[in-house]
Design a protein around this ligand. Structure first.
Ligand code: 1HN
Length: 351
């Protein structure tokens, strides 16, 4: 008997009738919204992702062991995925972002490829290695922030003497959410680099722009934002007292053409916290990945306290209230999908 033709007095059997009806409509690939509505349209953001810190001492040891079990060439990219413990098996650190640590040993290369996913690198440990992006070969130094935009050819190599490690963050889960992934491998092992190291920074981020250049505005033309250039700016902010009670003395990595985010899908900041900084609480809808470039401190997220030091990486899920404390003068890099949320009108922040 269908629900519609049930006599009014059959209330006692309503559950059975509904179940039968649900089973029936399931065969037509339909399901009742009223059974799932509350879980779909939540009054506040709901997340299965958890706060978590990866300590660099341990990460470094495990990365070096990865160097014993596989070459960079065999792996294509020798990366250990930072898996959020709340959502294992999905290669995600937040719902929209991938994070991993990459190792290139002396003498190794990671050859040329490109993909729709944009990537950023934040350099952790070592020196003497390079990343080549769109014809610019940039040497990697601790704290450098390197972008590889959508479809930009890129390769890495380590002609130096020590292992090189960095944090990779990609918008891959976002690209895969839209089911828009393309990728291709080049036959070249290394791309031809006809732009000297630092070319894109000097060319586009020095207060002038090449005249007549078409203004590409949805991504930054700068390949590397070197730590050696960013760190003194934080010092200026600190000295002039431009210190946000939540975020410290903070700069946003910008597209020098229009001041917008470096990439449409990911935005990044660099924050300095004076020694003894006790941050006010903050929360926002963008799950955020932090990496400590200098110093030592803790970040309180709800009942959890994450302790961090140099090169540790930690993640704060969306809409979880957190506050930073620095025992020493500290610098934190951070990255999230905030530009994407803002473009879609989704971003919210608060106390
Ligand atoms: C990738 O292409 C790189 O080019 C690093 O260095 C990490 C993680 C997932 C997919 C592609 C790289 C990656 C990646």
């Amino acid at each position: 008997m269908s629900v519609a033709t049930q006599p009014a007095d059959s209330k006692h059997n309503i559950t059975g009738a509904r179940q039968a009806y649900y089973a029936k409509i399931a065969k037509d690939n339909m399901t009742p919204l009223w059974e799932v509505l509350k879980g779909l349209v939540t009054p506040e953001p709901k997340t299965a992702f958890l706060p978590k810190v990866w300590k660099f001492d341990r990460v470094k040891q495990l990365m070096l062991e990865a160097g014993d079990v596989i070459t960079a060439e065999e792996a294509e990219r020798r990366v250990l995925v930072l898996e959020n413990p709340g959502v294992p098996g999905k290669s995600r650190v937040t719902n929209s972002l991938f994070a991993g640590i990459q190792l290139i040993n002396p003498g190794e290369i990671a050859d040329v490829h490109r993909h729709v996913s944009s990537a950023i690198r934040f350099v952790l440990d070592g020196s003497g290695a390079y990343t080549a992006v769109e014809g610019e070969k940039t040497m990697m130094e601790h704290g450098d922030f390197i972008i590889t935009a959508n479809w930009a050819p890129h390769d890495h190599g380590n002609p130096g003497k020590v292992p090189m490690m960095w944090l990779d963050v990609l918008d891959m889960p976002t690209v895969n959410h839209f089911e828009t992934s393309f990728s291709e491998h080049s036959d070249e092992k290394m791309q031809k680099t006809d732009h000297e190291d630092g070319d894109s920074f000097d060319r586009y981020a020095s207060g002038v722009l090449p005249d007549g250049m078409p203004a590409v505005t949805n991504r930054s033309p700068v390949i590397n934002y070197p730590y050696s250039k960013m760190r003194p700016i934080l010092e200026r902010l600190k000295k002039s007292g431009d210190i946000d009670p939540r975020h410290g003395a903070r700069v946003r990595y910008a597209n020098p053409i229009n001041g917008g985010p470096v990439l449409p899908t990911m935005g990044a900041y660099l924050s300095l916290f004076p020694a003894g900084f006790k941050g006010e609480p903050y929360r926002a809808t963008d799950g955020t990945i932090f990496c400590c470039a200098e110093g030592q401190g803790t970040t309180k997220v709800g009942d959890v306290t994450l302790e961090w030091g140099v090169n540790d990486v930690f993640v704060i899920p969306p809409w979880k209230r957190y506050s930073h404390n620095a025992s020493k003068e500290s610098v934190l890099f951070s990255i999230s999908d905030r530009p994407a949320q803002e473009a879609l009108g989704l971003f919210r922040e608060g106390k």
